[in-house]
Design a protein around this ligand. Structure first.
Ligand SMILES: [Zn+2]
Length: 214
């Protein structure tokens, strides 16, 4: 099984340059989905305007499929307030965009488990858009439009990191629903390492939500 550090390291580069509040929320998203048994990878974060223009040209004036409808300066990615994710498969190398996958076997679609956690952290999901659905896309725009950002406006009081803090009740719910059953399963099988790992993850969540370790 991939460790949380391994999963985090896969996305570290893509998190560079994000607005601090968005960065903090993205890290928490990686932690929380990991704790649910759904490791993810952030595949896109900040994009420069030049890079956005190159992407826009793809499928138009350059070969390749169309991947964006936004010109440089017209994507929230250009302002460090958007990320794209994919599922990270157990080999730690392969990404999946399969929205029906249920890798943790809890009868919920992994993709929507990620979306759920993202919304709790304050992200808006591109899959909710009525026209151009963008299922891997998450953004946190602080009430500003893309034209506001393009005109140089920025969030007046960037959301504080602690607004993204995990609440103790959320952490305890995840522990109860996912980690305690994992621990009990491991105990039944006499799998000491599994028990230890479930304990360790529970403590990661307890710490993230300001509770003492157990
Ligand atoms: Zn995106």
């Amino acid at each position: 099984m991939l460790t949380l550090d391994q999963v985090k390291s896969k996305s570290a580069k893509r998190l560079e340059g994000l607005l601090p509040a968005v960065h903090a929320a993205a890290v928490k998203l990686i932690e929380r989905t990991y704790a649910r048994g759904v490791p993810i990878i952030i595949t896109q974060g900040l994009r420069t305007i030049e890079y956005q223009n190159e992407l826009f040209a793809q499928g138009r004036t350059k070969p390749g499929p169309i991947v964006t409808n936004a010109r440089g300066g017209k994507s929230f990615h250009n302002y460090g307030v958007a990320i794209d994710f994919a599922l990270l498969l157990p080999d730690g190398r392969t990404c999946s965009w399969d929205m029906t996958r249920d890798g943790n076997g809890n009868k919920l679609k992994d993709w929507m488990e990620v979306v759920d956690e993202a919304k709790k952290l304050g992200f808006e999901w591109g899959g909710d858009w009525p026209h151009f659905k963008d299922n891997p896309h998450l953004q946190m725009t602080f009430g500003l439009t893309i034209n506001d950002y393009a005109a140089g406006k920025r969030p007046a009081a960037p959301a504080k990191e602690d607004e993204c803090e995990m609440k103790a009740a959320d952490a305890n719910l995840i522990i109860k629903r996912f980690l305690q059953p994992d621990w009990a399963d491991a105990k039944k099988k006499g799998d000491a390492a599994g028990m230890q790992e479930a304990n360790r993850l529970a403590n990661v969540l307890r710490e993230a939500s300001g509770q003492p370790k157990q």
